[in-house]
Design a protein around this ligand. Structure first.
Ligand SMILES: [Zn+2]
Length: 173
């Protein structure tokens, strides 16, 4: 189950879902996982594949930093969830906003790298858990178009609520 795996990754990956990764930090983390990440101008966002048993991520050097973090995190999501065994290439732009199946699951991992749960928890404690408020908090995302940022805020809050429901269920059982 996805959220069980996420709890495992939080223990395994230093800083994951605890702090906001910027692109350099995430690229350093990717290389610490023995994945080779390379900029490639022909890629729309990011692509994960294996060549001679070595995992590679190619990423667009043109993406604004927050989208790069979400896209790299999305590919790390595919990698950590074992999708690489049957996944080939993906090229579509903003794939991390996908709402179904394994794409959704990979996207959630990316969101937790970019906007960690403590940020949302803080908003909730201040009774400010609304997209408008998160929108205002994410000033380092300011190089994005407003509608992109808006979608990101709404999605991130939905993920936070699902994560909380999972934790609640966990303490009940
Ligand atoms: Zn994907």
């Amino acid at each position: 189950m996805l959220f069980e795996k996420i709890l495992h990754l939080e223990r395994q990956w230093d800083g994951f879902n605890k702090k906001s990764f910027n692109a350099d930090e995430l690229l350093a983390f990717i290389s610490s996982q023995n994945i080779i990440a390379l900029p490639d101008k022909s890629v729309y966002s990011a692509v994960l594949f294996k060549y001679k048993n070595i995992p590679f991520i190619l990423y667009s050097p043109y993406l604004p930093e927050p989208l790069l973090v979400l896209s790299l995190g999305h590919e790390l999501g595919h990698y950590s969830l074992g999708h690489l065994d049957w996944l080939t290439l993906e090229q579509s732009y903003l794939k991390f906003l996908s709402t179904c199946g394994f794409e959704k699951d990979a996207g959630i991992i990316g969101f937790l790298f970019a906007i960690p749960t403590p940020k949302l928890l803080k908003l909730e404690l201040e009774h400010r858990l609304f997209p408008e408020e998160l929108f205002r908090e994410l000033n380092y995302f300011s190089d994005l178009a407003e509608d992109e940022l808006w979608q990101i805020c709404e999605r991130r809050i939905r993920i936070y609520k699902a994560y909380k429901r999972f934790l609640k269920q966990l303490t009940k059982t």
